[in-house]
Design a binder for this molecule. Structure first.
Ligand SMILES: [Zn+2]
Length: 150
C-alpha cells in the first residue's frame, strides 16, 4: 500500500475569557492604577509581607487582613534575559523577565526589566518601577511599564 503524504491542518482557536482577581488583588491593582503605589499584606502569625498580596499566608495558612504600603523599588533575585524575538513578545529587545523582591516584602513579583546594559545585571541589583502615565493605567500589573536599575 502506498503511503499518503502527511497533511497538516492549520487553524486558530479563540477563547476569550474574564477572570475575577478577587478583593485582595483587586485592591492591589486599584491602588496601582489610582495612586501609583504598591500595597502588600502582612501575616498576623509570622509577620511576613507579601507583594503581590495574597488572601492567606502561604506559610501559616491564616487570613491576612493588614495592608502595608511599600516602596516601588526592590531587588532582583533572578532573571531570564530574552535574546530572540518570539510571537507576542510584549517588548522590543533587550529585556528580561525577573523575580523582583519589593523592599519590605518577603516574596517576589514577576515583572520585566528594561535597560540597555543587561550584561551588567547581577543578582541583588536594585531596581525601581517605571509607571505608566496615570491616564494610561488600566488596573493591572502592567500599570508598572517595567523596572529599571535604580
Ligand atoms: Zn504567616
Amino acid at each position: 500500500m502506498k503511503r499518503q503524504p502527511a497533511k497538516t491542518y492549520y487553524s486558530k482557536v479563540s477563547s476569550p475569557y474574564q477572570w475575577s482577581v478577587g478583593e485582595t488583588v483587586g485592591t492591589f491593582f486599584t491602588e496601582m492604577r489610582e495612586n501609583g503605589r504598591l500595597l502588600g499584606k502582612r501575616c498576623p502569625a509570622c509577620g511576613k509581607v507579601f507583594c503581590p498580596p495574597l488572601d492567606h499566608c502561604e506559610y501559616c495558612f491564616v487570613l491576612m487582613e493588614e495592608w502595608v504600603e511599600l516602596p516601588d523599588r526592590g531587588t532582583v533575585r533572578a532573571w531570564s534575559r530574552v535574546e530572540h524575538y518570539y510571537p507576542g513578545m510584549p517588548y522590543d529587545l533587550p529585556f528580561a523577565y525577573a523575580l523582583i523582591q519589593i523592599e519590605g516584602a518577603d516574596n517576589c513579583m514577576v515583572h520585566v526589566l528594561r535597560f540597555t546594559d543587561l550584561d551588567a545585571l547581577e543578582e541583588g541589583a536594585g531596581v525601581k518601577a517605571v509607571w505608566k502615565e496615570p491616564e494610561d493605567r488600566k488596573g493591572d500589573i502592567f500599570d508598572i511599564a517595567h523596572f529599571r536599575l535604580g
